[in-house]
Design a protein around this ligand. Structure first.
Ligand code: MGD
Ligand code: MGD
Ligand code: SF4
Ligand code: MO
Length: 647
């Protein structure tokens, strides 16, 4: 028996980018563990990747190309599949022009070499591309506007904080490697406040838990700002590094602390306690991604930026307002920015796809995404994809989207892929390398596009080896200790272009170096009321939050189970017991579900897991309207009202 250990890096859409140690027994991966030498991974993995082998070897794995014949997806050779695709690409470009081809890429793998997919469509076209970002678009756009960048201090700088504010964040589930660092900071005396309308696992990490009304964080931040102004706790130098301070002050002082507090459904004392924490810095805000997936999501993040700045915490070690780590900063792009002749707005995918004319979208290529399950208004997304003449999906699994394709191309899983990665939760760079070879019918995506380029006569497309592409991506930092060899030697290398503190004292990265404070109130969201029916509950805010068992629509272990669980306060469904079958409906659709009663929840929320499959009737997105956020073309997934009826 041969037993070996192999190291790689997790490429999933997760802030942690873990180092993985795989045990390989007689050529088969038998165990996955966290790399004890990776400074952030510290020897453990999350539930979903520890149990990835069930997916890797599971029934939904695609191990050879599939081509639709007589309505069915059937196995085909690569020659047949790529021949069909090449012919169709050339035909559509000849007949309708390259704008009739739409390449959609999501974050199924965060590998940098995935950008070579974009390069193919830019060089072959340029083709139609996507604009906006349903994941973090609003928050990133807000920080770009206020601070000129969306990035963070070194992760371990949190150990220098006196106060940490987990604002709409559930690290115990969706950012698990942050947990030991929070505990370390606590051991050094830091106090942690958690602000989230949903009571969840991370409540156990906090010494103070506040449960505000959904989407009221804007008012909460302004209430805190008002208290800081009233008590003279605003940084006396704020006017020197902030633009629009008088307008921001006027906005904060347009209501009293008690009035702001009333709008958040929190006691004024809670707002004052938070103000004390900002005045008693260094105080770091850790901004979750959930609350910016609202129509006022950009305004909310802007209010948090302002709070950090005026309270004097933005430039301090142990301070800052951390929403994102710029994971691509160290890498050299493979080509110039894309030159799309036309764009499809990601949050309005179905609407834009169907509305596209002159030419219509005739060819869709989906890479590393499952839009049918994961984009809002998923029934419309499914319909829009069904209406496209020719659909190619590159995925490791037969997803809701792949089942609608004309050709499915099987690609390596995270245990078989070869790439380089940054992270959006820390500043380490690392390489992913196959811990086992991919099945013979699977191909690396670079090789798929190289072969296609040859077939469609695209001479400019790079025909280099995977390692050369990795070296090209690392070219700007190789001389500073982050060459491919150094990544191989050390497992992970801290990015040489990320400073320990993001901003120099008094200077952000906007054009004039000043923080741009917001000046206007955030409008209330537009909400579609579900129809009132006999026996229906009141309207509840629908939350579709990350769960431990899945990575978006990729479920480890036993999966989601036969019925979608919906968690509510028992008072919303009098007379119904745990496990009772119910129907959940919004103004846009309905889903069968099963009750989970939890008296710790607010009485105006209903919580379902993110990532349920559309074809199984478990995708929250079947209920959610497609609406953009105020900034950055994010998706307002969380501005959704539902009612519950017994079934
Ligand atoms: N286990 C697991 N981990 C994941 C993922 C996964 O699918 N599963 N997905 C990954 C991805 S793609 C991303 S982008 C990140 C996701 O990161 P997040 O979106 O931060 O992940 P969630 O754990 O869903 O946390 C969102 C939190 O925001 C809260 N929230 C929603 N609305 C409001 C509001 O109005 N105010 C406040 N204060 N809080 C609010 C929700 O209740 C929830 O607890 O995580 C990554 N990690
Ligand atoms: N209701 C609701 N909807 C949400 C969210 C929510 O909180 N609530 N969260 C949103 C967020 S934050 C995000 S990021 C999106 C996620 O949405 P998607 O990115 O569509 O997420 P996944 O379902 O994980 O789909 C990624 C696919 O990529 C495949 N894949 C993995 N590795 C590779 C690879 O190397 N190459 C290729 N070609 N494919 C690969 C996986 O098998 C998987 O099927 O969902 C959004 N949708
Ligand atoms: S999904 Fe995230 S936490 Fe889990 S192993 Fe991958 S990087 Fe680590
Ligand atoms: Mo995301």
């Amino acid at each position: 028996m041969s037993v070996q250990t192999q190291r790689t890096t997790c490429n999933r859409d997760c802030p942690d980018a873990c180092g993985i140690v795989a045990t390989v027994t007689d050529g088969v991966v038998t165990q996955l563990k966290g790399d004890p030498e990776h400074p952030v991974t510290r020897g453990f993995l999350c539930f979903r990747t520890s149990r990835f082998l069930e997916l890797q070897n599971g029934p939904d794995r695609v191990r050879e190309p599939l081509v639709r014949k007589n309505g069915e997806l059937v196995p085909a050779t690569w020659d047949e599949a790529l021949g069909l695709i090449a012919d169709k690409l050339l035909q559509v470009r000849r007949e309708s022009g390259p704008a009739a081809i739409f390449h959609y890429r999501s974050g199924g793998s965060l590998g940098i070499l995935k950008h070579l997919t974009d390069l193919f469509f830019d060089e072959f076209g340029p083709c139609t591309g996507k604009v906006g970002d349903i994941c973090s678009g609003a928050g990133e756009a807000a920080q770009m506007e206020d601070l000129g960048t969306s990035d963070s201090n070194d992760l371990f700088d949190l150990c220098n904080s006196r106060h940490l504010v987990l604002w709409g964040k559930n690290p115990a589930v969706s950012n698990v490697h942050l947990v030991p660092i929070l505990k370390e900071a606590q051991a050094r005396g830091a106090r942690i406040a958690l602000i989230d309308p949903v009571h969840h696992k991370s409540v156990g990490l906090a010494d103070t838990y506040l449960q505000p009304a959904p989407g009221s964080d804007f008012e909460l931040a302004l209430g805190i700002a008002r208290a800081l102004f009233d008590r003279g706790q605003v940084d006396p130098k704020a006017a020197s590094f902030c633009d629009h301070l008088p307008e921001f002050q006027r906005l904060a002082q347009s209501r009293t602390v008690a009035e702001w507090a009333a709008r958040t459904d929190l006691p004024a004392a809670a707002v004052l306690d938070l103000a004390d924490r900002f005045a008693d810095g260094p105080t770091a805000i850790l901004v979750g991604w959930g609350m910016q997936r609202r129509q006022r999501g950009g305004a909310i993040v802007r209010a948090l930026d302002a709070l950090s700045a005026i309270s004097g915490n933005l430039f301090r070690s142990g301070g800052g307002v951390s929403f994102y780590f710029r994971r691509r900063k160290a890498f050299r792009p493979f080509g110039p920015p894309a030159k799309h002749p036309r764009t499809i707005r990601e949050p309005l995918f179905a609407q834009d796809l169907l509305a596209a004319q002159d030419p219509p979208i005739r060819f869709l290529w989906d890479t590393a995404g499952n839009p049918v399950s994961m984009l809002p208004d998923s029934a419309a997304v499914a319909k829009a994809i069904d209406a496209v003449e020719f659909v190619v999906v590159a995925d490791c699994f037969l997803t809701d989207t792949a089942r609608r394709a004309d050709v499915v191309l099987p690609v390596p899983t995270l245990l078989e892929d070869s790439d380089v990665l940054g992270s959006y939760g820390h500043h380490w760079l690392a390489e992913s390398r196959p811990v086992v070879p991919m099945p013979p019918g699977v191909r690396h995506e670079l090789h798929i596009f190289q072969e296609l380029a040859r077939r469609v006569g695209l001479d400019s497309y790079p025909q280099e080896t995977i390692d050369t592409c990795k070296r090209n991506a690392l070219a700007d930092v190789a001389g500073q200790g982050a060459s491919l060899e150094m990544l191989r030697k050390h497992g992970a290398v801290r990015s040489p272009v990320a400073d320990a503190l993001l901003f120099r004292e008094g200077q952000v990265l906007t054009r004039n170096g000043h923080v741009q404070l917001l000046t206007e109130d955030a409008p209330a969201p537009v909400l579609d009321e579900p129809k009132a029916e006999p026996r229906a509950s009141r309207s509840l805010w629908l939350f579709s939050n990350s769960t431990e068992r899945s990575q978006a629509s990729q479920w480890s272990g036993k999966g989601l189970g036969p019925r979608l669980p919906v968690t509510v306060h028992p008072d919303n469904v009098p007379g119904l017991a745990n496990g009772a079958p119910v129907r959940l409906y919004s103004a846009h659709g309905s889903l069968a579900a099963e009750l989970v009663l939890d008296p710790a929840q607010r009485k105006d929320v209903a919580i379902v897991p993110k990532g349920g499959h559309f074809d199984r009737g478990q995708s929250a997105n079947a209920l959610i309207a497609a609406r953009p956020t105020d900034l950055g073309l994010g998706a307002a997934y969380l501005d959704c009202l539902v009612r519950i009826v017994p079934e």
